[in-house]
Design a protein around this ligand. Structure first.
Ligand SMILES: Cc1cc2nc3c(=O)[nH]c(=O)nc-3n(C[C@H](O)[C@H](O)[C@H](O)COP(=O)(O)OP(=O)(O)OC[C@H]3O[C@@H](n4cnc5c(N)ncnc54)[C@H](O)[C@@H]3O)c2cc1C
Length: 284
């Protein structure tokens, strides 16, 4: 899929391009529209520590380029891309280099959350780094039963949280199987984060979740710059524009790179209509 030009064209709906330059040019356009970015260099589950070191170098270069171009913004990364499957310590050392660079450049590193086999290690690593460098934050998934306790702890530690629903297929033993429960949990966690969290990010395209966040922030008299909404590049552009018009902060998660297949598949799986759209285009 990743080497087929037809498939690549389809992926451009959700992916900024294969190169950093393409990602920067998308970021520049978004900045002009009043939207900030978090860049994600695609690639997860690397095959060894050498590849993990390469990923770290790409991210170092990305941070420098974002800074030099004046685009601002920050980066998001996945620990499996930094070698978590091979060595926790090496993965920590890789991410530490990035967090130090982000510190020097006034930027920020967001550690994405992957499937539950990584949840505890991801939280441990971010906590460890945050104790030394504040410019690192993490992601909490509202579909997990454990997330309320995690959110409470992260608020206490003043670690920035991005709240999302969760994108991986998890068993009922660890995650709510029904959408209503995931949504209820999202609203509950969103309220805790807006009340006590450190500059929370509310990451969703669900109008009901967005309205609930707006209502809670208004009820608490929170200024619009006390938190930000986040969405994925290419999804619900209408809602994105509306939030900017209303004066809310919005950051888009902008992925780039050659290894777009797993990311693209998660976006298709989230919404059956996307699959129909893709098939129709393939036939065309
Ligand atoms: C900035 C950001 C960062 C994220 N980081 C992580 C992470 O680190 N770990 C993780 O597990 N998940 C992450 N996610 C994904 C998240 O967990 C959800 O899978 C995804 O956002 C869909 O959930 P939703 O909140 O938009 O609500 P849903 O109830 O799934 O969708 C609500 C509405 O949004 C629109 N929509 C949602 N998804 C799509 C799509 N793929 N294509 C087209 N329309 C769509 C539709 O209109 C839909 O009706 C992230 C999401 C965002 C926005």
């Amino acid at each position: 899929m990743e080497t087929s030009s037809a498939a690549r064209r389809l992926a451009t709906r959700f992916v900024a391009g294969e190169t950093l330059d393409q990602a920067l040019s998308v970021s520049r356009r978004l900045k002009d529209e009043g939207i900030t970015v978090t860049l994600d260099h695609l690639g997860e589950s690397v095959t060894g520590l050498e590849e993990a070191a390469e990923a770290r170098n790409v991210y170092l270069h990305t941070l420098d380029a974002m800074h030099d171009s004046g685009i601002g913004g920050n980066v998001s990364l996945k620990l499996t891309q930094f070698g978590l499957d091979f060595s926790y310590d090496q993965c920590l050392a890789n991410v530490e280099q990035l967090v130090r660079r982000a510190d020097a450049l006034d930027s920020f590193i967001r550690v994405d959350m992957e499937s539950t086999q990584y949840t505890q290690r991801t939280l441990d690593l971010v906590e460890d780094l945050h104790a030394r460098y504040p410019r690192v934050g993490v992601v909490i998934q509202s579909y997990l039963y454990r997330s309320k306790a995690d959110v409470e702890k992260l608020c206490g530690l003043r670690i920035r949280v991005r709240l999302c629903k969760g994108a991986y297929l998890e068993p009922q033993t660890v995650a709510f199987p029904n959408k209503e429960d995931v949504d209820r949990s999202f609203v509950e966690l969103m309220k805790i984060l807006l009340d006590r969290g450190e500059y929370p990010a509310i990451a969703t395209h669900d109008p009901a979740m967005i309205d609930a966040a707006k209502a809670h922030a208004a009820a608490r008299n929170l200024p619009k710059d006390a938190f930000e909404f986040q969405m994925l590049y290419g999804i619900r552009r209408d809602l994105q524009a509306q939030l900017v018009r209303e004066g809310y902060r919005l950051r888009l998660y902008v992925p780039f790179g050659k290894a777009w297949y797993p990311y693209y598949m998660r976006r298709l799986a989230e919404r059956p209509a996307n699959l129909l759209f893709m098939l129709r285009n393939l036939f065309r």
